[in-house]
Ligand binder design. Structure first.
Ligand code: FES
Length: 130
């Protein structure tokens, strides 16, 4: 994709975030914030057969954080819980598809952080090679 298409792709996810809202009786939840800006993100997850059956994010944040969570949500549905702990920063950054500066990195990783926290209890920031 060209830069323009990437920009449109991210803006589309920001304006029409997928899987945002709430679930009835979620099995797992977590809540995180980006300490650099105070933006917050919560995830609610339904589990079935050791997989993420459904999930919803809610919260507020910049275009990068909201788009990143929206894009990730489409990949996370159906994923085995065992896989979630193995997802690293590269996974989330590759999905986003655009380079992010060091200061925006936490924006791009907030969605993965909150999902990992809900599933594994590990609330550290995802790390990766990039
Ligand atoms: Fe707050 Fe990006 S500026 S999450």
């Amino acid at each position: 994709m060209t830069d323009d298409l990437y920009r449109d792709y991210i803006l589309d996810h920001y304006k029409r975030p997928r899987n945002f809202g709430e679930l009835d009786h979620p099995d797992l939840t977590a809540h995180e914030h980006n300490p650099l800006c105070g933006d917050e993100l919560e995830v609610q997850i339904k589990v079935k057969d050791d997989r993420i059956e459904d999930l919803r994010f809610k919260g507020h944040g910049c275009a990068i954080s909201q788009a990143s969570a929206s894009i990730a949500s489409e990949e996370l549905k159906g994923m085995e819980l065992d896989e979630i702990g193995k997802l690293d920063a590269d996974w989330a950054l590759d999905l986003l598809g655009i380079p992010v500066s060091a200061t925006r990195r936490k924006c791009a990783l907030l969605g993965l952080k909150v999902v990992r926290g809900a599933v594994t209890g590990d609330n550290s920031w995802p790390v990766g090679s990039g």
